[in-house]
Design a protein around this ligand. Structure first.
Ligand SMILES: [Zn+2]
Length: 380
């Protein structure tokens, strides 16, 4: 018998006469452990993750029919119906909320302090029981977050589901990019398997990247709680990662099928799906510090002419792009943007008209860059 359950949850109405629905699909028995939570397109115009979850759902249905879902899967295939409806002249603009200008993947509740407060005197010498208490406290704190308007409701509802999980995967994409992921140093040994299964070509580590992205809202409380109650045992903290499924135009059935297969193998490694996964493929990259990522910005407006493709290794001083002022006299008006560090070009803009301050190229270096501070490592 199928364990698949689907719910369409009514979101609070933003305007009279409108109704949005958040779809949540689960596989596995009600209380089965371990739990994976997956969501796609929190930045609503980042579409590859939706296709990957579509392919993953097909595979989970087939596995479910064989009785092979050992744990539980919670999936939100379209995590941001608000942003997805933000159309302007044929374009979806799903990164920032139209109404407030807020980034949909920033400002996710920092539950660490409130939960640590509530756990005072309640943890014992039993790691598994402590883990359950932490998860209950996190879920309760998430439920008590404000949720009157639809964006706040969405933040609260997604987090409430995600804090239950042992693995939380938030699927995004970049403009034009290699497959890469963001997670915490504490998650790295476990995330190495995930990265290898997906064929990640970049892994960026930071304890606090800044602005409270969704993945850190799930993982951060655990490190704060472990520090505060260092005399009490805790189970493994959840593995929480933001996965960037290449570039925005990489909505491709063959790639999505490959990614979904990689995720199924990873779910086998994690004991969420029964059966042995094939041997772990070799890692395609080392993990590097998020503080080693250089976001090379244009200093001028003009046409973006990239000089390097994603996947190329560059040296400090190498030309990355030429920004051409279309109004300049012939032979002038070209500004060269150069690399400030050695590293791998993991992403570049898909825009072809630069504005001053716009990020043109992303380079992953192996060492932290001077001036990069914890808590201010992401672009907005
Ligand atoms: Zn994103």
């Amino acid at each position: 018998m199928s364990t698949r359950r689907e719910r369409f949850i009514e979101m609070p109405r933003a305007t009279p006469g409108t109704l949005r629905l958040l779809k949540v699909v689960t596989w596995g028995e009600e209380d089965a452990q371990p739990v994976v939570y997956l969501q796609a397109a929190l930045h609503a115009d980042e579409l590859p993750g939706m296709l990957v979850l579509h392919k993953l759902a097909e595979r989970l249905d087939a596995l479910d029919a064989q009785g092979a879902i050992a744990g539980r899967v919670i999936m939100v295939p379209v995590a941001n119906p608000i942003g997805l409806a933000q159309r302007l002249q044929g374009n979806i603009l799903g990164r920032l909320e139209f109404d407030t200008g807020r980034n949909f993947n920033r400002g996710h509740g920092d539950l660490a302090d409130v939960v640590a407060e509530r756990l005072e005197g309640r943890l014992t010498d039993d790691a598994a029981a402590n883990g359950r208490r932490v998860r209950e406290a996190l879920a309760e704190a998430a439920r008590q977050m404000p949720g009157d308007d639809e964006a706040a409701w969405l933040r609260r509802s997604l987090l409430e589901m995600a804090v239950e999980a042992d693995v939380c995967l938030d699927l995004h994409c970049d403009h034009e990019a290699l497959l890469h992921l963001y997670t915490t140093p504490g998650s790295w040994p476990r995330a190495a398997g995930l990265a290898a299964r997906l064929g990640c070509e970049g892994v960026f580590l930071a304890d606090v990247s800044g602005g409270h992205p969704f993945d850190e809202a799930v993982s951060r409380p655990w490190s704060v709680i472990a520090e505060r109650f260092s005399d009490r045992p805790l189970p493994d903290a959840p593995l929480s990662a933001t996965i960037e499924l290449r570039g925005m135009a990489d909505v491709d059935e063959a790639l999505a099928a490959q990614d979904a297969d990689g995720l199924v193998d990873f779910l086998r490694d994690e004991g969420i799906v029964d059966g042995d996964a094939p041997p772990l493929p070799g890692a395609r990259c080392e993990a590097t510090p998020l503080a080693g990522v250089e976001h090379v910005r244009s200093t001028v407006p003009g046409l973006v002419c990239h000089c390097v493709d994603v996947g190329e290794r560059v040296k400090k001083g190498q030309c990355l792009a030429r920004i051409v002022d279309p109004l300049a006299s012939f032979g002038s008006g070209v500004t060269e943007l150069t690399a400030g560090t050695d590293g791998l070009v993991y992403a570049r803009t898909h825009h072809r008209m630069a504005a001053p301050g716009m990020v043109i190229t992303g380079i992953a270096g192996s060492e932290p860059l001077p001036g990069k501070a914890s808590g201010a490592l992401l672009t907005d």
